[in-house]
Write a protein that binds this ligand. Structure first.
Ligand code: PLV
Length: 325
């Protein structure tokens, strides 16, 4: 091994049976714990890989736009690579996320109402010589990095095939990477339940419209799902493979965070709550009753994507904002 790019920055995460989720779903559920990755989300898989490849090509300065988690992963990767990172985040980004970015030595630029605005600024900053733009969800190297998640599921399950996978969708990088992984291991017929929140439902809206759609605004609290337009690759994948799109409301996502905290003693952000709501709000069973999802022949794999945009006080804020307390 001649350089750091041989050693990935992500860890192999546990795939653990959840009796609480299995009971609620009425089918065995395995949780893939991406929340315990370095910097608390799956993002390090793709972003870490992407940064390592670009560093090898000689880029010296990385500019990443982010709702928070991709930025944390990029800052972490750059810190490991010994290269400077600029992370551009929108104004609503939580203070503790900004603090963590700074602790990793990143330069943090806070600008714009939502991620799309921050992203436009990041593109401008990346025009400086020697700099390179890092997308939080829209690049083949990122999808390749994310696909490692499925290889781990395959290694853990052996000959058993998953019944279905549940995944959150923001800009669609995770979905694209998961599909790349499923294809690589010969599981491309496994259904994927693609979860979004209403108000950040760019994939759902595009599938409904039959073409790419740009949402007018991000009104959901799940800001890390808040890309106004899903990437083309994810839309193409959703059409080509067995992807079932579901949009839940913010209350369902927040309720799922709370129930997961009670059941598994782990706190995740709303972007992940959207995926958990597939089970906690009964969408799996509903889809089966409606004939949209077949009877599962293997375990349901819930990708616990994690996320740092949460704390106990932020959870309380969400609940009061949504009239839940
Ligand atoms: N978050 C991106 C995009 O934000 C970011 O910059 O961090 N779950 C969590 C915890 C996430 O942070 C994200 C994406 C997703 C799910 C969705 O992943 P994607 O964007 O690859 O579909 C605007």
């Amino acid at each position: 091994m001649d350089s750091q790019d041989e050693v990935p920055f992500h860890i192999v995460t546990p795939l653990k049976e959840s009796s609480a989720l299995s009971r609620r779903a009425g089918t065995p559920v395995l949780i893939k714990l991406e929340n315990i990755q370095p910097m608390g989300s799956f993002k390090i898989r793709g972003i870490g890989h992407y940064c390592q490849k670009l560093a090898k090509k000689g880029y010296k300065k990385f500019v990443c736009s982010s709702g928070g988690n991709a930025g944390l992963a990029a800052a972490y990767a750059c810190n490991k690579l010994g290269l400077p990172a600029t992370i551009v985040v929108p104004e609503q980004t939580l203070k503790h996320v900004i603090q963590r970015l700074e602790d990793l030595g990143a330069e943090v630029v806070v600008t714009g109402k939502v991620w799309d605005d921050a992203d436009a600024h990041a593109h401008r900053l990346a025009e400086a010589p020697g700099s390179v733009y890092i997308s939080p969800f829209n690049h083949p190297l990122l999808w390749e990095g994310h696909s490692s998640l499925v290889l781990e599921v395959k290694a853990a399950l052996g000959n058993q095939k998953p019944g279905a996978l549940v995944v959150s969708v923001g800009g669609g990088g995770l979905l694209s990477g998961i599909i790349e992984g499923l294809t690589r291991v010969g599981w491309s017929d496994v259904p994927i339940i693609a979860m979004e929140t209403l108000g950040a439902h760019c994939l759902n809206a595009a599938l409904e419209a039959g073409k790419s759609v740009t949402l007018p605004d991000i009104s959901s609290i799940a800001k890390c799902l808040g890309a106004k337009t899903v990437c083309d690759r994810a839309l193409e994948c959703a059409r080509k493979y067995k992807v079932i799109s579901v949009a839940v409301d913010d209350k369902e996502a927040v309720q799922a965070i709370e129930m997961f905290l009670d059941d598994e003693l782990m706190l995740v952000e709303a972007a992940c709550g959207a995926a958990l709501a597939a089970v906690y709000s009964g969408h799996i069973q509903r889809l089966q009753q409606e004939g949209k999802l077949e009877q599962l022949q293997g375990p349901l794999i819930m990708i616990v994507c994690g996320g740092s945009a949460i704390s106990l006080s932020e959870l309380q804020n969400f609940k009061s904002q949504l009239g839940m307390i």
